[in-house]
Design a protein around this ligand. Sequence first.
Ligand code: FA5
Ligand code: MG
Length: 416
Amino acid sequence: YSTQNSGIEFKENSIQVNDTAYHRDDWTNVTPTVLSKLERKLHLQPRNPIGIIRQLIEDHFNDFATFNNVSPIVTTQQNFDDLLIPKDHPSRTKSDNYYFNKDTVLRAHTSAHQLQGLASGANKFLISGDVYRRDEIDSSHYPVFHQIEGLAYFGGQDEDQVAAIQADLEKAKPIPANIEIVDDTVIHAGNPKQDRHSQVVMTPLVAHLKHSINSMICHLFADEPNLKVRWIEAYFPFTSPSYEVEIFYQGEWLEVLGCGVVQQTLLDKGNRHDAVGWAFGMGLERLAMVLFGIPDIRLFWSQDNRFIDQFTPGQINKFQAFSKYPPCIKDISFWLPPTEWHDNNFCESIRGVAGDLVENVKVIDDFVHPKTNRRSLCYRIMYRSMDRNVTNDEINEIQEKVRSTVEQEFGVELRE
Ligand code: FA5
Ligand code: MG
């Protein structure tokens, strides 16, 4: 398999991306569909809402160095080990990630580049890019999305650190009245400060982290009549204490970012033993869906002019829906093999065959035969293109391929 002009080639023993060959092994599970996204770089498109938000965030953090063109192909060392993620952590599994081979993976988060950011020498930096996770298919989940990472650190003795943090806080603008921030988090044993840190430094450092994030959100939502933001406790192996920030949207709390005080062992690895710092990682799609009123995460990938022509660099405006092309719906039912069944792997396999024509996959029947105890599932697959009409013949052909692929790949017994 090779995609036209893209520099990507699937060979028998390796996968070639531009000038680099990645040998295949038991871990290999990247697909042509997912690799076809490498060249899109939506976060660098000035008219795409993802690019617009990335730029607005960079403008807001105007004393941060920016890195937004780092390759998403990273080592497992970068994606996991450098971030102190244990060897047996569930986030490393093949069913959650896209591996080239056991040592090479498509980054699952921009945190994979924190050490490179530290090595740059900048004491405040942002890293944005496309990230990849194997996941279900629906209007808010897509296997490729975008994150922006921020990291700031302060070096020297405790007094120097506190003085630098305070100097920033004195310059900071107050939170405007249209924004309500709900935050009852405190540093306590369940979400502790690190042993090497003194409370004298942590109190202003956490205040600096919280103010930096709250004021970024205020900057993005400046035109929102009333916005509610909530801080809750979280856990990440690479920060402590750790938090998540949520925005109240359409009656629900929507998680937009994770953050916390950088683990000192990570700063040690980056040769900043003397410094303390904070970091955050934020999903750009979630924010863009709220800010631009975009109902389906797949729209960001649309090459239809009716989409991209609606946006202007540097500006947030509400998306006007245009009529969708009609869907084509097909069901597939089968008896499961005796082995374990993972929805993710099944969805991924469909995506491998049908690419972006799959809008939605859901179970519509789940049945266990009373005598044989065999389990049968029926999935409904909704096919639709964002850019054109699909024909029934074309979808029938794809559905046939889906049927034979799942039969071979998972050993299911197809039913009519
Ligand atoms: C992380 O990825 C951490 N690296 C964040 C971090 C960075 C913590 C630095 C501490 C310090 P998480 O998996 O929760 O965490 O993802 C962060 C954000 O990415 C989420 O809050 C959400 O906004 C976005 N996100 C995660 N999964 C998806 C998805 N499937 N689709 C769209 N956005 C997603
Ligand atoms: Mg999370």
